[in-house]
Structures are given as C-alpha cells and as structure tokens.
Design a protein around this ligand. Structure first.
Ligand code: UT7
Length: 327
C-alpha cells in the first residue's frame, strides 16, 4: 500500500498588494524587498476571513478533485501558525465542521513553516498503519494578522493563503509519499516566536506589551540556519534513498526568501533551476507555501504522476525537514 497525494487545492485571497503599495505606509522600497527577498506581491485575507475560512476553500477544491465526499475523510490534519484562536479550539475542528467531514478526527500540528512537511509524513504513517484511508492535510495562514506592522524587518515578508491535499491509501507502486526527514533544534526557539500570550508569559491586561503578542524574528539567524538545513535535508534524503540530485525532477522549498534558496543552491552545487519558486507572487505564506508551489507546478503542467520531487522547509521551533514524494 502507498500514501498517494490524490489531489491539491489552494485558496489565495483576492486582495493583492505590491511592494510599492506597502512602501506608502512603511519605510521600505520595492528595490529593497525584491533585492533582499525576491518578493513582489503578497495577498491579504479579507477582514471577515479567518485561517479556517481559507483552509475550507482550499479543502473543498481538493475534495472535489479527488472525487471524495466530506464524509469519506477519516482525519483532518491542519498546520498553521495563525489559527482562528490562540491554542484552542483547534483550527482543524473548525474546518472539519465547516466542510461536513463528520466521520473525521481533527487535529492541529504545530511545526512553524515546516508544518506541511511534518503533516504529510504523519498522514503517510496513519495510512500505512491502516488507521485511515483518506486524510485531508491543510496548511492555512493569515500571518498578516500577527505581523508587527511597525517592524519593517519582518512585516514586508509575509502573505496569506491556504493549500490542501488529499492523501489516500492506494496501490500504485510508482507513486506516493516515500520517506521524510523530520528534525528540530529547539535551542533556536527564541529566534522566531510570539513572546507573550502563552503560559511562559501570559497576557496581562495593562501590563503586556502588545508588541510581544506579535511575530518576532531574528532574521539573520533564521537565514543562516535555513541555508544549512536545506542542504543537510536534501543530502540526507538523497543518501537514504540511494539517489542523486539528477534523479529528482524538482525541489519544492519553503518559500521564505529567494536569497536563502539561491545561497543553498550555490553552496550545495545544485542548479538553482531545480528549486521551484513562487515567492515573487505570494511572499512567505508559512505552512501554505509548499502546497502553493506544488499547485503551481501542477497547473503549469510541469509535474506528472510519478515524478520524484523533494520538499524541504524550515521554521519556528526551530524545525526543519523534507519529504521524498513520487507525485
Ligand atoms: O519562514 C521562516 C521565516 N524566516 C524568514 O523568512 C527570514 C529569514 N531571514 C531573511 O530572510 C533575511 O534575514 C531578511 C530578509 C529578514 C533580512 O535580510 P538581510 O539581508 O539579512 O538584511 P539585514 O537584516 O542584514 O538588514 C540590512 C539592512 C538594515 O539596515 P542597516 O542597519 O544596514 O542600515 C535594515 O535596517 O536593511 C534594512 N532593512 C530594510 N530596509 C528597507 C530591513 N528591512 C528593510 C525593509 N526595507 N523592509
């Protein structure tokens, strides 16, 4: 039996914001953002949309493309760093209800921007263990709601979107999520976090600095970590599976910064064209960035059934990892 990715759906909010538009209210320029990140646009969710709404829209498309009814889903796995509510209830339960997946369990998985990679491996293992036949894996983010709009170092980097895939038990020896590398380095927890609002530093009205409820990032440290772990993850996946980079059609990286990917390509001597990027259009959408890139590959006809690809990502935690998938 294999864990097959049977379909993919995305939802991108219609409000598209250029760097020049941001520069009207933030001390930045299109030139700085493009040259330091590769980002040209990001999309903002509408005021009445929460992360579950974006996830529901992406899920409905994935379900329809897989030819499944909501009742066929055994498990809803959601990964998000900007869920509907802080900590509970899970965004997965809200999506489960809104799509009518009445036979499904539902759980959120938190692994920063690496969340989609963790969730795909988890879905694979549920399926190979016989615990589920159809799993909806959803990455959904409205990071623009937890961004500090007074911090130009971070606020220009993020965008909103959702992506969903149906992972299904099936017999197709040439396809499926084969294996993954899931790793972490919690010594870097302070590099990317929301400092207040949890049990470490609870919200206290009148005392908590509101800025501490928002995203904080030491960009340089995350950058250096990212370049290293992208290379390590790809090399580990190739070595564990007796493959070379020539056996891989595309590497689909977490889309945080074009320069991170270019630096990893240069240092590993992997042609940069192997890395498929959509960051110019969507910016960093955290757990949604890998499904957005996968969806674009499919839409452009660049990915055929059975093609070997590697996903690779990094994020808050710090976490990192990748999947080897025969699409
Ligand atoms: O999904 C995982 C999350 N992690 C990430 O996405 C981020 C990883 N890190 C990065 O992508 C990069 O470190 C950044 C894009 C965040 C920053 O790029 P950098 O090349 O490391 O820039 P820097 O922090 O070294 O800053 C260079 C200069 C500074 O000015 P001074 O001090 O040299 O005068 C900043 O103040 O650029 C300035 N700067 C800006 N200027 C215009 C920082 N942000 C901006 C901005 N517009 N938006």
């Amino acid at each position: 039996m294999q864990a097959l990715i049977q379909s993919i759906g995305i939802y991108v909010p219609s409000k598209r914001v250029s760097n020049d538009e941001l520069a009207k209210t933030i001390d930045t320029t299109d030139e700085w953002i493009v040259s330091h990140t590769g980002i040209r646009y990001r999309h903002f969710a509408a005021e009445d949309e929460a992360a579950s709404d974006l996830g529901v829209n992406a899920s409905k498309i994935a379900l329809e493309r897989a030819g499944l009814k909501p009742e066929d889903i055994d498990m809803v796995l959601v990964t998000s760093s900007s869920g509907d509510y802080p900590d509970f209830p899970s965004t997965a339960c809200i999506i489960q209800d809104k799509i009518g997946a009445k036979n499904a369990g539902a759980v959120d998985m938190l692994a920063g921007c690496t969340g989609f990679i963790y969730a795909l491996e988890t879905a694979k293992n549920y399926i190979l263990a016989g615990s589920a036949k159809n799993i909806l894996v959803i990455g959904t983010e409205i990071l623009t709601r937890v961004t500090n709009w007074k911090d130009r170092n971070t606020c220009v980097l993020f965008g909103d979107a959702a992506g969903a895939v149906v992972v299904q038990a099936g017999e197709d020896g040439n396809r499926g999520i084969k294996t993954s590398v899931l790793r972490s380095d919690g010594s870097g927890a302070d590099y990317l976090l929301r400092k207040a609002g949890g049990s470490r530093n609870p919200f206290k009205p009148g005392e908590t600095d509101p800025t501490d409820l928002l995203l904080y990032m030491d960009g340089r440290r995350v950058y250096n970590f990212a370049v290293k772990v992208i290379i390590d993850t790809i090399n580990t996946l190739l070595k564990n599976n007796n493959m070379t980079i020539d056996d891989i059609k595309y590497i689909v990286p977490h889309q945080a910064n074009r320069r991170i990917i270019e630096a990893a390509a240069k240092r590993s001597k992997i042609p940069v064209e192997k890395f498929f990027m959509v960051i110019d259009e969507y910016a960093n959408t955290s757990t949604a960035s890998i499904p957005l890139a996968l969806h674009t590959l499919v839409e452009k006809g660049l990915l055929k059934k059975g093609d070997p690809i590697i996903t690779v990502g990094f994020g808050a935690g710090l976490t990192y990892g990748g999947n080897l998938i025969y699409w």
